[in-house]
Design a protein around this ligand. Structure first.
Ligand SMILES: NC(=O)c1ccc[n+]([C@@H]2O[C@H](COP(=O)([O-])OP(=O)(O)OC[C@H]3O[C@@H](n4cnc5c(N)ncnc54)[C@H](O)[C@@H]3O)[C@@H](O)[C@H]2O)c1
Length: 251
């Protein structure tokens, strides 16, 4: 099927690389126009240029978006409206990993992870909702993690932030239901992206070896799920958790 997002405008945070970049590519291929926001300006601009190459009309636009800053979100939503005429889809994808457990973690690390992974998602929804209302509805996809569903004995701040995203998604789904704005969370397992470079290769191998699907997932395997939630095919889904984890949470 093609054009599953025809005439839709999407904003993807953290779209300069990894899963967000794959989502931007897939969204444009399916007919959407996409605003990519990130703090990695060179990579983000290159990504947008790549997506626009050879196109008669630009379908991707990059701008600097630090998800912890309300004024950056205002500019990002405004860019979707001025560049492409409105906003229909928000993917709250930006995130950072921290490995420290409860005892080792510092207050500074806790605050930083919470600001990006948790506050950033709230600010994104808060800023995007009025623009989506103007279009008669929309779809918000919040990228949580399997670490928002289960514990691991480390990554304390990360687990807390991703668990927060899971439940924030449900309360936003209730709040925005009457506005026809759907809100769902996605819970990736072990996905091959630059984020995993913080982990030793042996640690990754031991994580994936016992999975029912015993390998890392690819960025496209997440992007397909996000694409589905963004599209009208998911018109009866809100407040849900889409787990894409090779069976990790079934163990
Ligand atoms: N890779 C995995 O195994 C995995 C598993 C579960 C969940 N996730 C989640 O998936 C999402 C995407 O991660 P990824 O795997 O593509 O990793 P990644 O590190 O490649 O991508 C994360 C992106 O977020 C951006 N970002 C970081 N801080 C930001 C900020 N303050 N403002 C705007 N952008 C910011 C980064 O610059 C980067 O482009 C994250 O929310 C992550 O927590 C990843």
């Amino acid at each position: 099927m093609a054009n599953r997002l025809a005439n839709k405008v999407a904003l993807i945070s953290g779209g300069a690389r990894g899963q967000g970049a794959a989502e931007a590519r897939m969204f444009v291929a399916e007919g959407a126009s996409v605003v990519i926001g990130d703090v990695l300006d060179d990579q983000g601009a290159a990504r947008a240029a790549e997506l626009n190459r050879g196109a008669a009309k630009a379908r991707a636009h990059y701008l600097h978006l630090d998800v912890t800053k309300a004024e950056d979100w205002n500019r990002a939503v405004e860019a979707a409206q001025t560049q492409f005429g409105g906003l229909d889809v928000l993917v709250n994808n930006a995130g950072i990993l921290s490995l420290a457990n409860v005892e080792q973690g510092t207050e500074e690390e806790w605050d930083r992870v919470s600001a990006v992974n948790q506050k950033g998602v709230w600010l994104g929804m808060k800023t995007a909702a009025p623009a989506m209302r103007k279009r008669g509805g929309g779809s918000i996809i919040n990228i949580s993690s399997i670490y928002g569903l289960i514990g691991s004995g480390g990554s304390a701040a990360y687990h807390a932030s991703k668990g927060a995203v899971r439940i924030l998604t449900k309360t936003a789904a209730i709040e925005f239901g009457p506005d026809k704005i759907r809100v769902n969370s996605v819970h990736p397992g072990v996905i091959r992206t630059p984020m995993l470079e913080a982990l030793e290769r042996e640690a990754i191998i031991s994580l994936i070896n016992n999975l029912p699907i015993a390998r890392e997932g690819s960025v496209d395997e997440i992007a397909y799920g996000v694409l589905f939630l963004a599209s009208d095919e998911a018109s009866y889904m809100t407040g849900s958790e889409l787990v894409i984890d090779g069976g990790y949470t079934s163990l």
